[in-house]
Unconditional design. Structure first.
Length: 141
């Protein structure tokens, strides 16, 4: 996640915890710590920071599919998307999105409905809900 608004990180982190994510990450940290996460998620799932995309890419768990979430003509619409068993979702910043260089290195691209970029915390939450719903509707324990 490349985050413009510092409040997004706490909201997305909390959603990730509630929906059973294993971790979250940021690339090129551009936010300050803040208190929108009242559940103290930072004690429950890790947040990794990477200096750049290459560092992030080189540190992915084995067999992880990197899926870009982007408005792109090559993207699969979310309604038709099949989530990989082991995936890491990459959300760009709300204004510039993900670069073509980054998109070329992803294993897939998924697009949420709409013609405009959503807030990154909202987009991430929708994506996580879709994943849970399509993979049987149960949260990991």
């Amino acid at each position: 996640m490349n985050n413009v608004n510092g409040l997004n990180i706490g909201t997305l982190w909390r959603s990730a915890y509630i929906m059973g994510a294993s971790y979250i990450f940021t690339i090129d940290k551009k936010y300050k710590s803040q208190m929108s996460d009242v559940t103290k998620t930072w004690k429950k799932i890790p947040l990794y920071h990477y200096k750049n995309f290459d560092e992030f890419y080189d540190n992915q768990p084995t067999a992880t599919r990197i899926i870009a979430v982007e408005l792109d003509e090559k993207a699969t619409m979310l309604a038709d998307f099949e989530h990989p068993n082991q995936a890491c979702y990459l959300l760009g910043n709300e204004q510039a999105g993900l670069s073509q260089k980054v998109l070329k290195r992803c294993h897939g691209i998924v697009q949420l409905p709409g013609n405009f970029s959503l807030n990154v915390a909202v987009a991430g939450s929708i994506l996580m809900y879709d994943r849970i719903a399509k993979l049987g509707g149960e949260l990991p324990q």
